[in-house]
Design a protein around this ligand. Structure first.
Ligand code: ZN
Length: 244
């Protein structure tokens, strides 16, 4: 599996950048994970919209879905220009039916409900889900293929169940919206110590901090996480790639 960071920012994109969006590729299958503000523009550095095979959405906050509509426009226009492509399956939960219905448009995009209680076969990946602690229903996702595993936390404050969910993952892409001296619990986010602690307790191989705050020194997030976790730690940035 190859992971590419498209959008590392929480809440909204920094100038010329994007909020949540990640590309996971394997066996010529390309999956977009979340589609926040700015993702469509930045994604085209790595893949064209008509070449995506599927997308999956953790939850329906704007910084994770803002560009779904323009992804649909891109595929519509590329279709007019002669590209033939099947309707793009966009996997989402159905705990907000109005938002789920927005994932479908004519024969351009098709919302597909995932059942968080059942492992999902999605292209070459097996995906498992864990409901997170967040103001709206949100799911962390564990992607597995050929004995390798990659976990994306989505948005969440720390909860114990995350530890077994992330156990022994090769790569943990972990939301880190707060610095160590801040408490993210009420906002439904983790701080740098939570991330380091989760990585350590779950015995993951490497940790990527993402959903980053717009203030402070980001290097401090990494330093604080490293007080808890001795493995490799990366700060998510546009174009960061990792072989899982
Ligand atoms: Zn959120």
């Amino acid at each position: 599996m190859k992971l590419t960071v498209i959008g590392p920012w929480g809440g909204y994109p920094k100038v010329n950048e994007a909020s949540s969006g990640y590309l996971l590729e394997s066996d010529d299958f390309s999956l977009l994970i979340d589609c926040g503000s700015g993702v469509l523009a930045k994604m085209q550095n790595f893949i064209q919209p008509e070449n995506l095979d599927a997308a999956i959405i953790s939850h329906y906050h704007p910084d994770h879905i803002a560009d779904i509509g323009v992804l649909m426009h891109a595929r519509l226009i590329q279709g007019f220009l002669g590209s033939t492509m099947p309707s793009l399956p966009v996997y989402g939960h159905t705990e907000d039916v109005r938002e789920f219905e927005k994932l479908s448009h004519k024969n351009i995009m098709t919302g597909v409900a995932y059942d968080p209680n059942v492992p999902l076969k999605l292209g070459p990946f097996t995906v498992r889900f864990l409901k997170t602690n967040h103001p709206v229903p949100c799911y962390a996702m564990r992607f597995e293929k050929d004995g390798k595993s990659f976990v994306y936390t989505g948005d969440t404050s720390f909860k114990n169940e995350l530890i077994s969910f992330c156990q022994d993952a090769d790569v943990l892409l972990c939301e880190c919206n707060f610095y160590g001296d801040q408490n993210g619990q009420n906002a439904g986010h983790m701080n740098s110590f939570d991330c380091g602690n989760l990585a350590m307790e779950a015995n993951v191989k490497s940790l990527i901090l993402t959903h980053l705050p717009h203030y402070g020194e980001l290097a401090k997030l990494k330093k604080e996480a490293a007080e808890k976790f001795a493995g490799q730690i990366y700060l998510a940035s546009l174009g960061l790639t990792m072989e899982v």
